[in-house]
Structures are given as C-alpha cells and as structure tokens.
Design a protein around this ligand. Structure first.
Ligand SMILES: Nc1ncnc2c1ncn2[C@@H]1O[C@H](COP(=O)(O)OP(=O)(O)OP(=O)(O)O)[C@@H](O)[C@H]1O
Length: 329
C-alpha cells in the first residue's frame, strides 16, 4: 500500500557566514529510509522535532520529490501522479486547513466533492455518514472561521475522507485539541481503521494517540529510521524498567531482597513501596522473594511510561537500530 525504498531527501541551505559571504550546506532531512505499510495497518510515525517526519509525509503525498530512492503509494509515484493519487488518499495537516475560511463547512465540503469528482448520491451518503460519526451536525452551516479548533479538525477529517480514500495520512491531527475532542478524533480513527479497513499513517507528538491507536510505530531521528516495530518491543529494546507497587501488611523500612540484585526501592509511603526492576528481572522471582520475607497484601506491575522510553531514545542513550538490529548512526 505504501512502499518507501532507500529514500533520501536533501535540502540545500544557504547561510550567511560573515558580512557578504554565503555558504551552502546540505541537510539530509530524510536519509536512506525504507519501510512498507500493508493494507489495513495503523502505523504511528514518531520522532523529535526536525527528525524528518513532515518531509517523509510530503514525499508520500507528492508535495516533495525524493532526491533519491523510490516511493510508491497505491502503486503510484506520488510526485508524478499527484492529482490521480489525491483522489485515492486522504491527507490532514493538523496545523493547516483545507477548508475555505469564509464558507460554511457544508459548502466547503460541497466544493471538495467537485475537486475529488465524487458523484452527488455518493457524496450525500458519505456526508451523512461522516456527519454522524464526527458529530458535525451542529456546525455544518457555520463558517469555518467561526469553528473551534476541535470542530475545525473534525471538519478537516471529513474533508479528507469524503472521497472514501483507502489510505489516510495524518500529520499531528490532535495538536492543540482538548481531551474531549482528542477522544472523539481517536475513536473516529479507530472505527475508520477497524471497520472500514482504511490504512492509516499517523504522525504525532502525542503519545496518547500512539498508545491508543497504533499497533506498530516507526521512529525517525536525524532523518534515519531508528525503530520499526511494536510498542512493547520498543520498551524491551530500550531496556526500560518496570515498577512493582507492593502493599505490605505493615509500614517498615525499604525492602531488601539480597537474592534479587538490581531491585531498587524508589519510594516508600507507609505500607506501600515502589520497587524498580530492570527489564531483565523476572517479576515472578521478585514476587516470590518478597513473599518469603514479607506479608504482602497487594502487588501491581507498572510498565514504564512510553514517554520515558522515547525521551531516552531521543536523548541518544541507545544505539540506533532498525527492526531490532543495531545500525550505525
Ligand atoms: N524546505 C526546507 N529547506 C531546508 N531545510 C528543510 C526544509 N524542510 C525541512 N528542512 C529541514 O529538514 C529537517 C527535517 O524537517 P521536518 O520538517 O521533516 O521535521 P519533522 O520531523 O516534521 O519536525 P517537527 O516534529 O518539528 O514537525 C529539519 O532539519 C528541517 O530544518
């Protein structure tokens, strides 16, 4: 559905070096990136600021042409077949709108019907469906400029999906939204993916989006694909720790477990203690060692926040890798 093979995109940047002299430098925004996205997948595309996410998305949608390598979306070359491709994919840039500012939302969507060449009956049916799912009814007749950010984003999603595309590419669709609007957008995307089978590539800095929606994540850093796989494997690969929250029968000093080294008590609150375990430690062994020495009332295992995992990765605590195999930075 989406095939990216050894794609590089370089930009030439001119900078002033002195009062008159200008120097040219080349920035490799995307550097030899390869991945494929199969039909029906929901993939998160992550990376720190300036990593190369938007540049990749612009190449997938034909806005930018790769400097080298090959991009195929639905079998098409996006930069050469941009118009044809536009009728088969949906694109949402959270920071921009495709809607006409002065027109009521309904009229903007009607104009897009002509651009996408959707016939009237199909448009009516699709609009009714999207109006229901995205709860557009109360503001369909409001000019776009008067919509709240959350309402506008729902309008933009409807605009991107009016022509029933097989692939949806989203660049920060929940940016700036409140918790309720975020939940509406996420629920909608989930339905779209699971019930309609729409293939979705989602770029976001919001890890809530990723944790709730994506089975697979790709991480790009300095233009290179640094990870491609599941969130769980990412936690394991980064060597993230787990925390055991233990509730003892009585308050006491920090727990000591000489048989299980590397377990650190990070917090004590009355009878409750927080034990940090390295990823390699088996929680069952720790629980057994605890039970031998203490009367345990309750125990819960807490996975490390994916935010911490990514912060470690972005700081460069780990070697670069792809598909579990380290690759040179
Ligand atoms: N038109 C351009 N000319 C020169 N450099 C560019 C251009 N577009 C992007 N870049 C550079 O390419 C790199 C990648 O930028 P890109 O916008 O793809 O990052 P991003 O991952 O989308 O970042 P963010 O999360 O901040 O949106 C950055 O160093 C950026 O400055």
């Amino acid at each position: 559905m989406i095939e990216v093979a050894s794609v590089t995109k370089s930009f030439t940047v001119r900078a002033r070096s002195g009062r008159i002299r200008r120097t040219r430098t080349t920035v490799r925004a995307v550097d030899e990136v390869s991945f494929t996205v199969a039909p029906g997948e929901f993939v998160g595309y992550l990376g720190p600021n300036g990593a190369g996410k938007s540049t990749t998305i612009k190449m997938l949608t034909g806005i930018l042409t790769p400097s080298s390598g090959d991009v195929r979306v639905l079998g098409m070359d996006p930069s050469r077949q941009r118009t044809t491709l536009a009728r088969r994919i949906g694109v949402v840039f959270g920071q921009r709108t495709t809607l006409w500012w002065d027109l009521p939302l309904r009229d903007s969507l009607a104009l897009l019907r002509h651009l996408y060449r959707v016939d009237t009956a199909a448009h009516r049916e699709r609009l009714a469906e999207l109006t229901g799912l995205l709860e557009l009814g109360p503001f369909l007749d409001t000019p776009v400029r008067q919509l709240s950010l959350g309402q506008r984003m729902r309008g933009d999603l409807a605009a991107a999906l009016l022509h029933d595309p097989q692939v949806l590419v989203l660049d920060e669709p929940t940016i700036g939204l409140d918790v309720v609007s975020k939940a509406t957008v996420r629920e909608f995307l989930q339905v779209l993916n699971t019930e309609r089978g729409t293939t979705i590539l989602l770029t976001t800095h919001d890890l809530g989006d990723i944790e709730r929606l994506c089975r697979r994540v790709m991480i790009i850093d300095h233009g290179r694909l640094a990870y491609d796989g599941g969130l769980d494997r990412l936690r394991e690969t980064v060597g993230a720790e787990r925390v055991l929250v233990v509730e003892l029968a009585d308050s006491g000093p920090p727990i000591e477990l000489p048989d299980v080294p590397d377990v650190i008590v990070e917090r004590v609150e009355g009878p409750r203690q927080w034990l940090r375990l390295p990823r390699t430690a088996n929680p069952a062994t720790v629980v057994a060692a605890l039970a031998q020495r203490h009367e345990v009332r309750d125990i819960a295992v807490r996975e490390t926040d994916i935010e911490d995992v990514l912060a470690r990765l972005y700081r460069g605590d780990q070697a670069y890798w792809c598909s579990g195999r380290p690759v040179a930075p």
